[in-house]
Design a protein around this ligand. Structure first.
Ligand SMILES: Cc1cc2nc3c(=O)[nH]c(=O)nc-3n(C[C@H](O)[C@H](O)[C@H](O)COP(=O)(O)O)c2cc1C
Ligand code: SF4
Length: 428
């Protein structure tokens, strides 16, 4: 479900009947005006400066400045370079890119045209989650429309700039969302991350300079170019520029996704847009930005959902899509469910993650089934440290430890009760 508001720039044009916005409808809402302006009136450096000044930060989870990332490419030498769109979106609880892809595929294509021009790439690839078949169909139709209209292909709008866009559906692993594993997978190899440096901007797809950006990140670009960085910044009520697609899942009255000013508080998203908790359920905590973030608690509802504020509150904005923990759901069971996912999705390349995550899953399973021992809590805490930042080859394992470490802190009494009573108190 998606609420739209006509004052918002990003998803404002998404039809509310579940269909996709076609080229004619997209044109009526000012579509491709940003691409025409960028290609005809702006230089690649000028576009990058505008995007940097706008304060656009990557919406894939890490929040790196988009303009600065583009600036790390080596100076143009006429060689091949690539723009790759990360549409893998397998983070549990995250569904914001699907809304954009299914509802307004031309917006992504326009963002790709401008961004590829800004980095002087002549090839762009959309890497799409395998299960997103409706998005794939709609993107294919939109790509054909955009090619017929001269926005994709050779000599775009008569400017001499060429851009080919390909759509690639993933075979389906969470690790393919990690940008270097994504590139390795596109090259037809086993999807394992690469060491950084070199970063993709200097050596990416087939060793060529490559920028990987998230779907939502690129959907912001046409609006920044069309309306300017000052306008874009003014949309936000927080430190970072623009708007954000926030989402809520769990036992709320209206789970869904909404485009709101960046920096909207947890309380407004939860109570006004998601309608508050369902009758008979009380909020205990929430993962603010998908499964790989730390719990915020019910007394932190006034935290602004921007990168800096969520970090100060002890978690991460991540993907900005909250997962709610209510008082009738067992926190140990919830964590078991999440760690089962992460253990299953470990790519197996490094030992702490490959061996540690299944251990963690088994310990949680034992506690949930009433077979836990008091010392298991220290063992779990030790694993949170062993799989923490800097100890594994990529960020999958440290991400998996964020809900677990914070869950052990905030819901320790629940763990202890399982062990003391030899059963899950939430089970009949
Ligand atoms: C395990 C793992 C999974 C990830 N999955 C995604 C994903 O599905 N989509 C995404 O955009 N970024 C994902 N990322 C982050 C990407 O590595 C990368 O930071 C992002 O695509 C950069 O785009 P941005 O700068 O526009 O945010 C993932 C990272 C990790 C470690
Ligand atoms: S941390 Fe996990 S997913 Fe990342 S490289 Fe190591 S084994 Fe693979």
């Amino acid at each position: 479900m998606t609420d739209t508001a006509d004052t918002r720039p990003l998803t404002g044009a998404i039809p509310s009947d579940g269909s996709a916005l076609g080229l004619a409808g997209y044109h009526r809402s000012g579509g491709y005006e940003g691409a025409a302006k960028a290609l005809r009136e702006m230089t690649p450096d000028g576009i990058r400066d505008e995007v940097t000044k706008a304060g656009l930060r990557g919406r894939g989870g890490a929040g790196f400045s988009t303009g600065r990332k583009w600036g790390f490419l080596p100076r143009q030498d006429g060689g091949q370079r690539y723009l790759v769109v990360n549409g893998d979106e397998m983070e549990p609880g995250t569904f914001k890119d699907r809304v954009l892809l299914e509802g307004n595929p031309h917006q992504l294509i326009e963002g790709m045209v401008i961004s590829a021009f800004a980095i002087q790439a002549s090839q762009a690839i959309i890497f799409l989650r395998g299960e997103y078949t409706l998005a794939a169909q709609r993107l294919a139709v939109a790509l054909a429309e955009a090619t017929d209209a001269g926005f994709v292909g050779g000599n775009l709008l008569g400017t001499g700039y060429d851009l080919e866009i390909q759509l690639h559906s993933s075979a389906g692993r969470y690790i393919c969302g990690e940008e270097t594993a994504l590139l390795t997978s596109l090259e037809g190899k086993r999807a394992i991350p690469r060491a950084k440096p070199p970063f993709p901007q200097t050596s990416g797809l087939w060793g060529c300079p490559t920028v990987v950006n998230n779907v939502e990140t690129l959907c912001n670009v046409p609006h920044i170019v069309r309306n300017g960085s000052a306008w874009y910044r003014s949309l936000s009520c927080g430190e970072d520029g623009g708007t954000k697609i926030y989402g809520v899942s769990g036992r709320v009255k209206r789970p869904g996704a909404w485009e709101l000013p960046m920096g909207t508080t947890v309380r407004e998203i939860l109570e006004e847009h998601a309608g508050g908790m369902q009758d008979g359920y009380r909020l205990r905590g929430l993962l603010p930005g998908g499964a790989s973030t730390e719990f915020l608690t019910a007394d932190q509802l006034d935290v602004a959902m921007d990168f800096g504020s969520v970090e100060k509150a002890g978690s991460r904005l991540g993907t900005g899509t909250m997962i709610i923990l209510d008082d009738r759901t067992c926190p140990v069971g919830m964590l078991l469910n999440l760690e089962h996912f992460f253990a299953q999705e470990s790519c197996g390349w490094c030992t702490p993650c490959r061996d540690g995550l299944p251990w963690i899953e088994r310990m949680l399973e034992a506690i949930e089934n009433g077979e836990g021992r008091p010392e298991d809590l220290d063992l779990l805490a030790m694993h949170v440290d062993l799989l923490g930042p800097g100890k594994t080859f990529c960020a999958l394992a440290p991400g998996a430890m964020e809900p677990l470490g914070s869950g052990l802190k905030h819901f320790r009494a629940d763990f202890e009760r399982h062990i003391a009573e030899g059963r899950c108190p939430w089970r009949q």
